[in-house]
Structures are given as C-alpha cells and as structure tokens.
Design a protein around this ligand. Structure first.
Ligand SMILES: Nc1ncnc2c1ncn2[C@@H]1O[C@H](COP(=O)(O)OP(=O)(O)OP(=O)(O)O)[C@@H](O)[C@H]1O
Ligand SMILES: [Mg+2]
Length: 245
C-alpha cells in the first residue's frame, strides 16, 4: 500500500481549471519530486493536499485512510499527517527561534511543554542550529531561517512532508545547507513530496520524478529515465532546456 496516493485530483481557481486529474503515489520513506514549467500546477497540488486550496474532484489516500475533501474532519486528519514548507518561510519575527518551533505543538496540539521543547532542540540541532535557539529570525541568514521553517514543520510530527521550492528564495551559497537538511530527512526515512528546480539535487535524492504540464502528469519515472530518456516530446523538450543550464 502506498503511503500517499493521489487519485485524479482536480482543482480550479474561479473559471481556471488548474488541476485536471493529477495522479501519483509515493511509498513510505520515498521522495517524489514534482517538476514542470511555471504555472503547471505543482504548488496547487501541494496546497490541495493540506486543504489550503479546495479540491474539486478526486481523492487522496494516506495509508488506508481516504481523505474526503468535502469533510472538515477528514481534512483535519490530513493536516495532522502532512506538513508543508513554503518558499516564503514566514517565521514569527517577534518570537525567538525556539518559540517559533514550539508554538504550534504546544498551543494548537496541546502537547506537554517540556516534551515539545526537547523535541524542538533536537530538531534545531538536526538542521544545524543548536546555537541559535535564543536568536530572533532577523538575526539569521535566509538559509538558517529556512532551516528553522523545516524544523517547525517537523515539530508537528508529520508522516509526510511537502516542500515547495524551499531553496529558490535563497542566495546560491545558502542553498546547500538547506539541501543538506533535506538529504538528512531522506536518509532518516521521511516520506517527502518536493517541488524543486534544483535538478542535480532532484536526480540525487528523488526516487520518482513526476513531470507535470498544464495541470496533468505528462510522464513519471525514476530521475535517470525522465532526465536522460524521456518518452514524451513535452518532457524531452522541458528537460532538454533546463538540463543544459
Ligand atoms: N490564488 C490563485 N488565484 C488564481 N489563480 C491562481 C492562484 N494560484 C495559482 N493560480 C494559477 O494556477 C496555475 C497553477 O499555479 P501553480 O502555482 O500551482 O503553478 P506552479 O507549477 O507551482 O508554478 P511555479 O513553478 O511558477 O511555482 C497558474 O496558471 C496560476 O496562474
Ligand atoms: Mg509553485
């Protein structure tokens, strides 16, 4: 049984049909990379999975639990199991790093403070920020802040982590430290769906690449197959262009 199965997912913004039946699945501990041209619907897929954008059709299975997008209770279960990190990390500027990471688990999930605190310290150490617990966000670099955002998502104990272009707002020299944290998570067996333009990284880390265009999945497969030997003209065209850069 896949950890996450997305079946014929549909979404629209007003009159604009954005997802026209997107299907893919991911096994526990695997990494799926969603790639494709700007506007193809990658972010919308991730947003729909956590209920930020309403789905207008299809369904999602998390293990054997069917997520019904029309049901608030069912969406809440999805949100309990899936966490998302965005390109714009949006830390609380008036809170110390440690508090940014502990606030949701204590205030929303009502977990015991001491346990959450120990967990947050462990996660911040994992992303290389053990010495920044008491700092404020504006005292950190962009890459460090993005790693706080990853620790903050992990503090919710998700089963599945969604990462939407988490390195694309960063200066090139800060990208690697964030990729290191993601690499660590993959080694630890976290199931992840990531949207990334870092094709070398995708090739290294992804078990499956899902190539989207125009709100549908055009082709999917292991990175080597999609990058080196795509079956469709659209994928060949896309990867031909970006892999030359
Ligand atoms: N809030 C919104 N309101 C209206 N249209 C939207 C909204 N968000 C996205 N869209 C449209 O939906 C389509 C898919 O957008 P989406 O953000 O999912 O693309 P993407 O593949 O993530 O692109 P990018 O690589 O540029 O991030 C685009 O045509 C976009 O203009
Ligand atoms: Mg996007």
């Amino acid at each position: 049984m896949p950890h996450l199965a997305v079946n014929e997912l549909r979404a629209r913004y007003g009159a604009l049909d954005v997802l026209k039946g997107v299907s893919f699945s991911i096994e526990k501990g695997q990494v799926v990379a969603l790639v494709g041209p700007s506007g193809s619907g990658k972010s919308t897929v991730l947003r729909t999975l956590v209920g930020l954008t309403p789905a207008t059709g299809g369904n999602v299975m998390i293990n054997d639990d069917r997520i019904d997008f029309a049901s608030t209770a069912s969406l809440r279960r999805a949100r309990d199991q899936i966490a998302i990190v965005f390109q714009q990390y949006n830390l609380f500027q008036n809170m110390r790093i440690i508090d940014n990471v502990t606030v949701a688990p204590t205030k929303i999930k009502k977990r015991p403070k001491a346990e959450v605190r120990a967990d947050a310290e462990r996660l911040l150490a994992m992303v290389g920020l053990a010495d920044k617990l008491q700092a404020f966000p504006d005292q950190l670099s962009g890459g460090q802040q993005q790693r706080v955002a990853i620790a903050r998502a992990l503090a919710l104990h998700p089963e599945i982590l969604l990462l939407d272009e988490v390195t694309s707002a960063l200066d090139p020299e800060l990208v690697n430290e964030v990729l290191d944290s993601i690499r660590q998570l993959a080694e630890d067996g976290m199931t992840m769906v990531l949207v990334s333009h870092e094709m070398a990284f995708v090739r290294e880390i992804a078990d499956q690449v899902v190539f989207m265009d125009g709100g549908v999945v055009v082709e999917h497969g292991p990175p080597a197959q999609l990058f080196d030997n795509p079956k469709t003209d659209r994928a060949r065209n896309f990867f031909g262009k970006i892999l030359r850069h």
